[in-house]
Design a binder for this molecule. Structure first.
Ligand code: ATP
Ligand code: MG
Length: 631
C-alpha cells in the first residue's frame, strides 16, 4: 500500500502519470492525447484530445452490469413520496427528458437553466443536458425573482426547466409566479419553459413559450437519445458561488477533468464502493448537490439519495432512518445542518442502526470543535471534515482515508488533497510561509487539478483578476480563506480573509472568537464581526443564538449571560479578544446555502448598506441585528 504522503507527492511531481491512472476510472470514447496542457496558465486544459460524456459515465455505462440496481432514491417528507429508480429506469427517464429538450430546440453548447425543487426530474434534467452537450445552470429553488433574473441574464438560457412548486416544512412554495416575474425582469428571454407539474400549485401558462413535461414525456416514452461525445474540455455547466462575500461568481466547469476528479474523490476520500448507497443532504442548487448528489455517486455506480424536506420533520430521526433503511455507507452534510440537529434531543439520533455508515462527511463552513464532538458522540460514527469551494468542485483539504487511514484532528479539515499544491502566503509581502503553525492566506499553486473551474462564465478577465492576482508578486489561485498548517501537514481554516479584525493593533480571526463563544454551554451558534471603533480601530461584536433562550428572557438575565460569555473569551483567548457586546438573536443572517453573512452584519453594525443580499435566507434575521444595534 502507498502512503498518503507518497500518493500526494506523486500527484504533483508525476502529474501526467498520476492523472492518467485516475482517468481510467471513467469511460472515454476517444482517448486523450495530452493529460495536462498548461501552456496558457491559468487556463489549464485537462485530458486534451479525449472525448467523453458526463451522462454516459453517470448512467449508461452502468446499465449493463447494474441495470436493476438502485440509482436514484427520491424521498420527500414534504409530499410523503418515496420512489426508487434503478439504473435502467434512470437511463429511460434521462432519455425522455433529453428527447423533450431536443424537441424544444436545445442544442449542444446551449444553456438550460434549471430552477427546480429537489425532485427526480431536476436530476433527469441535469443529466439530460450533459447527455446532449448542453450546459445546465442550476439556480437554487429557494431564490426569488430578482436573484433568478440576474442568473437568467448571465447564463442566457435557451430553455428553463421548472416546476409548479416546492414545499418547505409542509408549506407549498409556488415557483411559477417567481419564474414568470424573473423572466419579466430579465433582459434575456428564454425561448421555452418546460414545466414539471407536481400538482401542488395551479399555474398559468404563457402560450407558445411554456410546455408541460408530462405529455412530452409520454410522447418520448421509448426515446433513445445517444450521448453526444464532447471534448474533455467542453463545458458541462455553470454554477454560482454562494455570495457570502459579495456578488456571486459564475463558475464554469469542464467535462472530462470533472468526471475523473469526482470518480477519484469517491474512491479515495468518500470511501464509496459501486453498489452501495450515498446520501448527501445538500440541494442540487449548490456545488455539493452537483458533485455529490448527482454526478459523483452515479459516476461511481452508487445509489444516491435525493431528499426533499427538513432534517427535523417529522422528527430529528428522519435522516438516520434513511441511513438504516437504505444502508447508507457514506453521508455528506454541512455544519449548519448539524447545528439545527443540536437544538434537538440527541436521543433521536440513536434510535436507528447506523452500522452501515463508514463516515459522515461535513463541509461548507468551519466545523467548530463543540459541534464536531457533539455529532460524533451522538452518532457514534466517524466525522470527516473537508474543505473546498464551488470553484474547485471537489475537496481541497480532506483525509484521504481510501488511500491510507489517518486520524482526524478536531477543527481541521485534514491535509492537502491529491492534485492540490496547497500553500500559505503572507498577504502583504507575498512570502510563502513554510513553517509549522504560521498563519497565511490559503492558496493553490497552479495548475489546478482536474475538476476545478475553467474560468468565470464569459469573463476570463475576472477569473484571472479575482483569483490569480491577489497575492503580491505571485500567480497562485487564492481561496480567500486564512489558514495554518501544523507540523503534521493538517490545515486549520481560520475564516475568510475579510473576516479578520484589528483591535488596537492585534489581528484576530472572528472564527477564533466564535469558536471560543461556542464553547459556552448555552450557545448554539454565534457570529462575530469587527465593527469600526474610534479608539481601538475595530472592536468585536457577537450575535449568539441560544440553546435555551429562556436564560436571557429579561434584560438583567441577558446582561448576566453576556458577562459569563465574555469571561469564557477572556479565559480562552485573552481580554483583547473580548467582544464589546454579546447580543442574543433567535436566528442569524445566512445565505441560502447556510453560510453566515458576516459582511451584512458588519455593515448593519456600522450603519452601512449591507450590499448584495440576493442570497439571504431570512431577511428578518438581519432586521433583528438592526433593531439591536439601533436600540
Ligand atoms: P462567495 O465566494 O460568493 O462569497 P462562498 O465562498 O460562501 O461565496 P462557496 O463556494 O459555497 O461560496 O463556499 C466556499 C467557502 O466555504 C470556502 O471558501 C470557505 O470559506 C467555506 N468552507 C467550505 N468548507 C469549509 C470547511 N470545511 N471549513 C471551513 N470553511 C469552509
Ligand atoms: Mg467564495
Amino acid at each position: 500500500m502507498t502512503s498518503y504522503a507518497e500518493f500526494h507527492r506523486r500527484s504533483l511531481q508525476d502529474r501526467e502519470g498520476f492523472w492518467a491512472e485516475q482517468a481510467a476510472l471513467i469511460d472515454w470514447q476517444q482517448p486523450f492525447t495530452q493529460v495536462c496542457d498548461n501552456s496558457r496558465p491559468p487556463f489549464t486544459r485537462w485530458f486534451v484530445g479525449g472525448t467523453t460524456n458526463l451522462c454516459h459515465n453517470a448512467v449508461d455505462r452502468h446499465v449493463a452490469a447494474r441495470g436493476a440496481q438502485n440509482a436514484l432514491i427520491f424521498v420527500s417528507t414534504e409530499t410523503n413520496q418515496e420512489r426508487v429508480y434503478s439504473y435502467a429506469e434512470l437511463h429511460a427517464e434521462v432519455q425522455r427528458m433529453a428527447a423533450a429538450l431536443l424537441e424544444l430546440g436545445v442544442k449542444k453548447g446551449d444553456r438550460v437553466l434549471v430552477y427546480m425543487p429537489m425532485i427526480p426530474e431536476a436530476a433527469f434534467a441535469m443529466l439530460a443536458c450533459t447527455r446532449i452537450g448542453a450546459l445546465h445552470s442550476v439556480v437554487f429553488g429557494g431564490f426569488a425573482s430578482v436573484s433568478l433574473a440576474s442568473r437568467i441574464d448571465d447564463a442566457e438560457p435557451t430553455l428553463i426547466v421548472s416546476a409548479d412548486a416546492g414545499s418547505r416544512g409542509g408549506k407549498v412554495m409556488p415557483y411559477k409566479p417567481l419564474l414568470d416575474e424573473a423572466i419579466q425582469l430579465s433582459r434575456h428571454k428564454p425561448a421555452k419553459v418546460l414545466m414539471v407539474d407536481r400538482g401542488l400549485a395551479p399555474f398559468t401558462r404563457v402560450a407558445g413559450r411554456d410546455e408541460d413535461y408530462a405529455p412530452l414525456r409520454e410522447k418520448h416514452l421509448h426515446a433513445q437519445v445517444p450521448c453526444e461525445w464532447v471534448e474533455a474540455t467542453h463545458p458541462s455547466y455553470t454554477l454560482y458561488t454562494s455570495g457570502t462575500t459579495g456578488k456571486p461568481k459564475g463558475v464554469q466547469r469542464d467535462t472530462g477533468g470533472y468526471a475523473v476528479a469526482l470518480a477519484a474523490s469517491m474512491k479515495h476520500i468518500f470511501l464509496g464502493n459501486p453498489g452501495e448507497t450515498y446520501f448527501s443532504t445538500s440541494d442540487i442548487g449548490w456545488v455539493v448537490g452537483h458533485s455529490y448528489i448527482v454526478y459523483g455517486p452515479l459516476i461511481y455506480g452508487m445509489a444516491t439519495i435525493m431528499y426533499e424536506g427538513l432534517p427535523i420533520r417529522p422528527d430529528a430521526a428522519i435522516w438516520w432512518s434513511l441511513v438504516e433503511k437504505y444502508k447508507v455507507t457514506s453521508m455528506f452534510s454541512a455544519p449548519t445542518a448539524v447545528r439545527v440537529l443540536k437544538k434537538q434531543d440527541p436521543a433521536a439520533l440513536k434510535k436507528h442502526d447506523l452500522s452501515s455508515l463508514r463516515a459522515l462527511f461535513l463541509a461548507g463552513e468551519p466545523l467548530d470543535e463543540p459541534t464536531a464532538k457533539w455529532i460524533a458522540e451522538s452518532l457514534g460514527r466517524p466525522i470527516i471534515d473537508n474543505y473546498w469551494q464551488t470553484e474547485t468542485g471537489w475537496p481541497i483539504l480532506a483525509l484521504c482515508n481510501g488511500v491510507e487511514k489517518a486520524a482526524s484532528k478536531f477543527g481541521s479539515p485534514g491535509k492537502a488533497v491529491f492534485g492540490y499544491d496547497v500553500k500559505l502566503f503572507d498577504e502583504n509581502t507575498g512570502a510563502e510561509l513554510t513553517g509549522a503553525n504560521q498563519k497565511g492566506v490559503v492558496a493553490i499553486e497552479g495548475p489546478l487539478p482536474p475538476g476545478c473551474m475553467q474560468t468565470v462564465w464569459r469573463d476570463d478577465e475576472r477569473f484571472v483578476k479575482t483569483y490569480w492576482n491577489s497575492i503580491p508578486g505571485r500567480s497562485v489561485y487564492t481561496t480567500f480563506d486564512w489558514g495554518i498548517r501544523d507540523e503534521d501537514g493538517y490545515f486549520f481554516i481560520l475564516g475568510r480573509t475579510d473576516d479578520v479584525i484589528n483591535v488596537a493593533g492585534h489581528r484576530l480571526g472572528t472564527r477564533e472568537i466564535e469558536e471560543s463563544i461556542s464553547s459556552h454551554a448555552n450557545v448554539a451558534e454565534v457570529a462575530v464581526v469587527g465593527v469600526a471603533d474610534p479608539l481601538k480601530g475595530q472592536v468585536a461584536m457577537a450575535f449568539a443564538v441560544l440553546k435555551d433562550p429562556g436564560k436571557a428572557a429579561t434584560p438583567e438575565m441577558a446582561l448576566k449571560l453576556e458577562g459569563e460569555i465574555m469571561k469564557v473569551v477572556d479565559e480562552q483567548l485573552g481580554a483583547v479578544a473580548r467582544p464589546a457586546r454579546v447580543r442574543f438573536v433567535s436566528v442569524l443572517p445566512k445565505t441560502r446555502s447556510g453560510k453566515l453573512l458576516r459582511r451584512a452584519i458588519q455593515a448593519v453594525c456600522e450603519g452601512r448598506d449591507p450590499g448584495d443580499l440576493t442570497t439571504i435566507e431570512d431577511p428578518s434575521a438581519l432586521q433583528q441585528v438592526k433593531d439591536l444595534v439601533a436600540g
